[in-house]
Ligand binder design. Structure first.
Ligand code: DC
Length: 223
């Protein structure tokens, strides 16, 4: 049986950076499931399909192939054979991902792919519903969070470093809107798993957050 660590939490809690580093240290593959929703969102944007139009999004799905490949241990996301790992990181793609992720057909479309990776690999899988829906039997379930202002500041710094001309208020507003969308949708809303461990990284450094995840996982796995 493989070891599965589920890490869920809101946008900007540090999941992608902190969780990736923790996975590396544990020797597990790191699976960023948000990339899958982003790829579906990007497909809709490219094809002029409104990202909240559940009926048309559902109709487009048979034409969509999303695939994760691990190249040198790094996850790359392919959309209909094309590597879109860079393209899925824009603010438009974030919002599109949040929109399409509320559509049940999109969630079931991506479900098997996620389960399959976890069945075949020791992995640390990051998302919104991994511990609650995708991998309810994961040995370790962590809910990684931080205050909205701190998460927005981290996201803002990342975007500025990439050369984006965003304002902090814009980033904070987007983040709050996404938090609301992600935790109020009817299907698989963002919430801590019942038997999950909550880690608040608001006042932890990057290294402290990584250590906390590793300690928590080791404690549970050693039991
Ligand atoms: O983690 P992220 O910011 O890349 O995720 C993008 C969007 O995808 C997010 O707003 C909610 C959605 N998502 C989801 O619904 N379930 C997941 N397991 C991962 C992401």
């Amino acid at each position: 049986m493989t070891v599965n660590i589920a890490i869920d939490g809101p946008a900007g809690a540090g999941k992608s950076t902190v969780a990736r580093a923790a996975a590396k240290e544990l020797g597990y593959i790191y699976v960023d499931t948000g990339a899958l929703y982003r790829a579906v969102g990007v497909y809709a944007l490219k094809n002029g399909i409104a990202t909240r139009d559940a009926e048309n999004i559902e109709k487009m799905l048979p034409g969509v192939t999303v695939e994760l490949r691990f190249i040198d241990g790094e996850q790359q996301v392919f959309l209909n054979g094309e590597n879109v790992s860079g393209e899925i990181r824009t603010p438009e793609a974030s919002m599109a991902a949040s929109d399409v992720s509320a559509i049940p057909a999109v969630r079931s479309f991506l479900f098997d792919l996620q389960r399959d990776i976890a069945r075949k690999n020791n992995c640390l899988m990051d998302g919104r519903d991994i511990g609650t829906v995708v991998l309810p039997d994961a040995q370790v379930k962590i809910f990684l969070t931080a205050s909205p202002e701190i998460r927005a500041k981290r996201r803002y710094d990342e975007l500025i470093a990439k050369g984006s001309a965003v304002s902090f208020d814009e980033v904070l507003e987007d983040l709050k809107k996404r938090d609301y969308n992600d935790s109020h949708r009817e299907i698989a809303p963002l919430k801590p798993a019942e038997n999950g461990v909550i880690i608040d990284t608001s006042y932890l450094t990057f290294e402290e957050s990584v250590s906390k995840i590793i300690e928590t996982a080791k404690e549970i796995l050693d039991e």
